[in-house]
Ligand binder design. Structure first.
Ligand code: ASP
Length: 273
C-alpha cells in the first residue's frame, strides 16, 4: 500500500475537565472514501474540525503526504488541500463536489473576494446549475429606509471578504464609508471592496454631491459607483433612498442582490442587471 495521505496520531480534545475526543490515530489513503460512525456527541465533527484546522487539539504527530505538520499553526499550503464541508451550510445549489471546489479555489486565490463575486465565479468556473441559492446566501446585508415623517435611516452588516486579513475592519461599520444617513439628503448602504469605499468615503460622497452640487440621488450614486470607484479599482454597489422616496441601486459588479418596496406597491427584487 502506498504512503498514507493524512496520518494523525493520538488526538485528544478536552473542553474543561471533559474529554470530548480521544482517538489513538488514523491514516487515510489516497483515493479512498471513509465513513466515521459513532453516537451523537462521540466527537465525529470535532475530529473533522481538527483535521481541517478549525479546532485546536492535542495531537502527538500529524503527517500530510509524508510531511510533518503542526495542526495548531495549520499551514497555508495545507489549507489549500484540506477542506471541511458541513452538512448544512452550502453556497451553491449544486453537488457537494462543486461546493468543495469553490472552497478550495477561494483558498488558493491570492486576493480577496466579494460575496457577489461568487455569482460570476459560479457562471465561469463551475457547473452551470443556476445561481447561488438565494435562500442560503450569506455576506453583506444593507438596508435604507424613509419613514412617514421624512426621516431616513441606513444600516450595513457584513462578514467582510473571503481571504481577508485577520482582524480586518471593513467599511461597513464606518459611518460615511459603508453607511450614512442624512435627512437633508439621503440614506446609503454600500457593498464591495471596502478599502476603496473607505478611501472615497463613498456613502457620504453620495450625500455630499446632493448637498453641495445639487445632484439628484441617481446622478450622485452613479457618479460614485460607476465613475469614481472604478478609477481606483473599487468594485461593488450601493443602495440609497432620498428624502423624497427616490431609490438608487447602482453596482459595477456582475450582480448585486437587491430589492425595494413602497407602501401599496409590489416589491421589486433582482440579482443581475
Ligand atoms: N464591504 C464589505 C467589506 O469590505 C464586503 C462586501 O460588501 O462584500 O468588508
Amino acid at each position: 500500500m502506498s504512503e498514507p495521505l493524512f496520518v494523525i496520531e493520538r488526538i485528544r480534545k478536552q473542553f474543561g475537565p471533559r474529554t470530548v475526543l480521544d482517538v489513538g490515530g488514523l491514516a487515510l489513503q489516497t483515493g479512498q472514501s471513509y465513513a466515521l460512525t459513532g453516537d451523537n456527541g462521540a466527537g465525529k465533527s470535532t475530529l473533522l474540525r481538527v483535521m481541517a484546522g478549525l479546532e485546536p487539539a492535542q495531537i502527538a504527530r500529524a503527517l500530510y503526504r509524508g510531511q510533518p505538520v503542526d495542526l495548531h499553526a495549520y499551514p497555508e499550503w495545507l489549507r489549500r488541500d484540506v477542506i471541511y464541508v458541513h452538512q448544512h451550510p452550502y453556497l451553491f445549489r449544486t453537488s457537494v463536489r462543486d461546493n468543495i471546489g469553490y472552497g478550495l479555489k477561494a483558498r488558493g486565490t491570492q486576493g480577496t473576494m466579494l460575496d457577489h463575486d461568487a455569482v460570476a465565479f459560479k457562471a465561469a468556473d463551475l457547473s452551470p446549475d443556476g445561481p447561488i441559492d438565494p435562500d442560503k446566501k450569506f455576506g453583506t446585508v444593507g438596508a435604507v429606509a424613509l419613514d412617514a415623517h421624512g426621516h431616513v435611516a441606513a444600516a450595513t452588516s457584513t462578514g467582510g471578504m473571503t481571504n481577508k486579513h485577520l482582524g480586518r475592519v471593513g467599511d461597513a461599520p464606518l459611518i460615511g464609508a459603508g453607511c450614512y444617513a442624512n435627512d437633508a439628503t439621503c440614506a446609503v448602504s454600500t457593498t464591495g471592496t471596502g478599502e476603496m469605499f473607505m478611501r472615497l468615503l463613498a456613502a457620504y460622497d453620495v450625500s455630499a454631491r446632493m448637498e453641495y452640487r445639487g445632484a439628484t440621488l441617481e446622478q450622485a450614486a452613479a457618479d460614485v459607483i460607476m465613475e469614481r470607484l472604478p478609477r481606483i479599482k473599487g468594485r461593488g454597489g450601493l443602495i440609497a433612498i432620498d428624502a423624497k422616496g427616490n431609490v438608487a441601486l447602482p453596482f459595477n459588479t456582475e450582480g448585486m442582490y437587491r430589492g425595494f418596496a413602497r407602501v401599496g406597491e409590489t416589491p421589486v427584487t433582482a440579482i443581475y442587471r
